[in-house]
Design a binder for this molecule. Structure first.
Ligand code: CP
Ligand code: NVA
Length: 314
């Protein structure tokens, strides 16, 4: 489906934002149209009160720059309050259950939880036991907030999503999983180029393969061939120890001038950040005019405001 021909209805059926596997193409397009509108209105100084009187808890069990700041600013811009909670400082970090945590939060009139954590099942349990909206701010399995911002960024730069080829090179991690689900739902093509043993999660691969627009290859040049977008992420995700074997496996997937040359002449470079220059990408690529990494970062704000806007009824 072509996003430019889609006519937004202002509605999505989901109560939470946990993974793109729960979202339809239409729902993703709704979020993208809302993000685009909220971004334009923000730049024009239009004020919104969609979260007026609401408090959203932001629970972090892992570090963050972009997710934390963009959620805090986005909630503020929508007239709400955020409550930053480091998982290490609340009882959750000492083993209190997800069930008891969400039940307690609701008694204090917390209206929603954004959580960044390790186990994806923790996010699912929050949604299962609680009655308030839950937003996934990254788990070991997926990072849908980032990919929603990425889709907005690609739409802005390429003017469309349908038929755009994104090549993801590197570790088959949470980013690879969410890109598989997000890009295929948006009508894009996606090629994952990853080493043997570092493939994305099977559920996301099977889901994406059904569309006929996804491939997983161990040859980085095959993945990059004719791509409109070259995307990469860190070799070692948060919570993973740096090990030599994984480094050796991934270094031939490094995005450098040689590999970038397989993409289209007007190809763009993307990275969710934080980046390690000289590891997954060379400086001459990430700091080149083809790189749109800070547009991606900015769009976290607008994409997440759209998620909040919809979950709280606009
Ligand atoms: N891309 C991303 O989620 O960045 P942070 O880890 O800084 O939040
Ligand atoms: N794969 C990375 C993404 C960081 C935004 C990680 O999980 O650390």
């Amino acid at each position: 489906m072509d996003i430019n021909k889609y006519r937004p209805t202002g509605k999505i059926g989901n109560k939470h934002f946990l993974t793109f596997l729960d979202y339809s193409t239409e729902e993703i397009f709704e979020l993208l149209y809302t993000a685009k509108r909220l971004k334009a209105e923000h730049k024009a100084g239009v004020k919104h009160g969609a979260l007026s009187g609401k408090t959203i808890a932001l629970i972090f069990a892992k570090s963050s720059t972009r997710t934390r700041v963009s959620f805090e600013m986005g909630i503020r811009q929508l007239g709400g309050h955020s409550l930053f909670l480091s998982a290490a400082d609340i009882q959750l970090g000492r083993g209190e259950t997800i069930h008891d945590t969400v039940k307690t939060m609701e008694r204090f009139d917390i209206n929603g939880i954004m959580i960044r954590t390790h186990k994806h099942s923790d996010v699912e349990e929050l949604a299962m036991y609680g009655t308030i909206p839950i937003i996934n701010g990254l788990t070991d399995l997926c990072h849908p907030c980032q990919v929603l911002a990425d889709l907005l960024t690609i739409w802005e730069h390429k003017g469309k999503l349908e038929g755009i080829k994104l090549a993801y090179l590197g570790d088959g991690n949470n980013m690879a999983n969410s890109l598989l689900a997000g890009c295929t739902r948006a009508g894009m093509e996606i090629a994952i180029g990853c080493p043997e043993g570092y493939e994305p999660d099977q559920r996301f691969v099977e889901d994406a393969m059904k569309t006929g627009r996804a491939t997983v290859t161990h040859d980085p040049a095959v993945a990059a061939q004719g791509a409109d977008i070259i995307y990469t992420d860190v070799f070692f995700s948060m919570g993973q120890a740096a090990d030599g074997k994984k480094y050796e496996s991934l270094i031939s997937y490094q995005v450098n001038r040689r590999l970038f040359a397989y993409a289209k002449p007007d190809a763009l470079f993307m990275h969710c950040l934080p980046a390690h220059r000289g590891q997954e990408v060379t400086e001459d690529i990430i700091d080149s005019p083809a790189s749109i990494i800070f547009d991606q970062a900015e769009n976290r704000l607008h994409a997440q405001k759209a998620i909040l806007y919809h979950l709280y009824g606009g």
